[in-house]
Design a protein. Structure first.
Length: 132
């Protein structure tokens, strides 16, 4: 922008994901082609459900099963998990990050607070949107 135009810099790659995800996806693409990368992406689908189960359990105490089933029954999530992409991984990373944050806050000795119903899906979408 200093030169008056937008220029691509090959050394600067923006990725909202940990480098390990990019490296694993590239490794599966190199080893087995698109089908192996698609299988890796699909493996993150149940991990996203498990992370949502954990997050909702921490936030609501007992709503983990319902939250995980709701997330995993959304047609768009099912379709995205069947394609080679990084969005399914982002679902898992966002839910795990939020669960870790909630657990850390709960371990500080502060009074335990419950979130309002619907807060977990909003938080997951906010986390995914902010890093996209």
């Amino acid at each position: 922008l200093l030169q008056g135009k937008i220029a691509a810099r090959q050394a600067v790659v923006h990725s909202a994901f940990p480098a390990s995800h990019d490296a694993l996806l590239g490794m599966f693409l190199a080893l087995g082609g698109p089908s192996m990368a698609r299988l890796f992406t699909f493996a993150l689908y149940p991990l996203g459900g498990a992370a949502t189960f954990l997050l909702a359990g921490l936030l609501f105490g007992g709503g983990g099963k319902v939250a995980a089933l709701l997330l995993m029954s959304i047609p768009g999530v099912v379709i995205m998990s069947s394609m080679t992409n990084v969005d399914t991984g982002m679902m898992w990373y966002a839910a795990m990050t939020l669960a870790g944050t909630v657990r850390a806050l709960q371990n500080t000795g502060a009074p335990r607070r419950r979130c309002a119903p619907g807060a977990a899906p909003v938080a997951v979408h906010a986390g995914a949107a902010s890093s996209a």
